[in-house]
Design a protein around this ligand. Structure first.
Ligand SMILES: [Zn+2]
Length: 371
């Protein structure tokens, strides 16, 4: 007998207000404001929100003003409670000596003030995304031993871990709970907001998924299925379901949704056909045509397949040729120009630690240099 899976992870719980004193300085004011903007419903933190709290409690850097010497590398944020397809993460390296140089030499700031300013220094989204990154940022993933711009050593290089959360129902409550739980005494974390379109978010997601795939391993079709289903229905534990499912099939009985029957995952026709389309999109850049659970398709074949199977009609695509249909399908899948918000949590703990230990030399006065 088919067993319709309805179990879901608890995700709608919210954390209790912590009553923590806020010492937000201008640079991260937005972070604190975001955390407080909606009054959270009182209730015992459990499930996912509790996991967020526990993760925050584990994170070092909670105690303000501790000596830098004993500091260990801060534990990364634990975002395991979030739907994996809504999260991405990257790191940036910044040379503090370069920043200090700008403050003292070009802006004529005294060393002490420069140190304070560096502590407040907050990169913009444009800087975090710049490719290639310019001074004072290093290219991602390369913690150079010597700064390519000023020659300073690793003590002056700080790592910024950036966590990006796509806003939406599955993540909003969790995100607020997470931000609320973060230490704020020294502005250890900053939250930035970025706007994008559904299309932009979808293409990025496609790229992100393809990057991680090994197309020589036949298991990649399953990997894509896992990612896509995770994006489509974020609250379902697809990893667990696919671990136990020998195959993924198109259901002949379901009109919507999915079910597991005799160790096989059945998807309603529209969901299954959409999955084929996503597999095609992910793999078509790899080799001519695209590979799907139903074998390799050229665009013309895929078009015929989706039309014949009723998918195009089901999602309201009326195009008469494959390329127009593909364009409309992409619009449909991605949400097109619909606004999407990204929240970036920037971990500044390493920057704060490195800044405390930074020796800033006062450059010679401009007057002296002119003589
Ligand atoms: Zn430098």
């Amino acid at each position: 007998m088919p067993a319709k899976k309805t179990t879901r992870k608890a995700a709608s719980t919210t954390a209790k207000p912590s009553g923590r004193k806020s010492a937000a300085k201008p640079v991260v004011k937005r972070a604190a404001a975001t955390a407080r903007s909606k009054s959270p419903a009182a209730g015992k933190p459990r499930g996912a929100a509790a996991a967020v709290k526990r993760a925050a409690a584990r994170a070092p850097g909670r105690s303000a003003g501790t000596r830098s010497a004993a500091k260990k590398i801060a534990a990364p944020l634990d975002l395991s409670a979030f739907p994996p397809e809504s999260i991405s993460q990257f790191e940036r390296w910044i040379c503090l000596a370069c920043v200090a140089d700008v403050f003292t030499r070009y802006m004529g700031m005294p060393a002490k003030k420069a140190q304070l300013e560096i502590k407040r220094h907050m990169p913009t989204l444009a800087e975090l995304h710049a490719d290639p990154s310019g001074r004072p940022f290093f290219p991602p993933g390369t913690a150079a031993e010597i700064c390519p711009y000023c020659g300073s050593g690793p003590k002056a290089h700080a790592r910024l871990d950036v966590y990006r959360i796509e806003s939406g129902k599955p993540t909003d409550t969790l995100r607020r709970a997470l931000i609320k739980s973060l230490p704020s005494s020294e502005n250890q974390f900053a939250v930035l907001e970025g706007k994008a379109t559904g299309q932009h978010a979808f293409y990025e997601w496609l790229d992100h998924v393809s990057e991680k795939l090994n197309f020589d391993d036949p298991g990649w079709l399953r990997e894509v299925s896992l990612h896509y289903l995770g994006r489509k229905e974020p609250k379902v534990d697809w990893a667990e379901i696919l671990r136990n499912a020998q195959s993924i099939r198109r259901s002949r009985r379901l009109e919507s949704g999915w079910e597991v029957d005799a160790g096989r995952l059945f998807l309603a026709p529209v969901l299954f056909d959409e999955l084929l389309l996503v597999q095609y999109l992910v793999s078509r850049s790899h080799k001519a045509g695209g590979l799907t659970l139903e074998g390799r398709h050229t665009l013309v074949e895929l078009f015929a397949r989706l039309r014949h199977g009723g998918y195009l009609r089901a999602v309201g695509i009326q195009a008469h040729n494959p390329s127009d249909a593909l364009e409309q399908l992409l619009e449909h899948l991605s949400g097109g120009e619909a606004a999407v918000k990204f929240h970036y949590i920037v971990d500044r703990r390493d920057l704060l630690e490195k800044t405390k230990a930074l020796k800033i030399k006062q450059p010679p006065k401009a007057k002296t240099m002119q003589r």
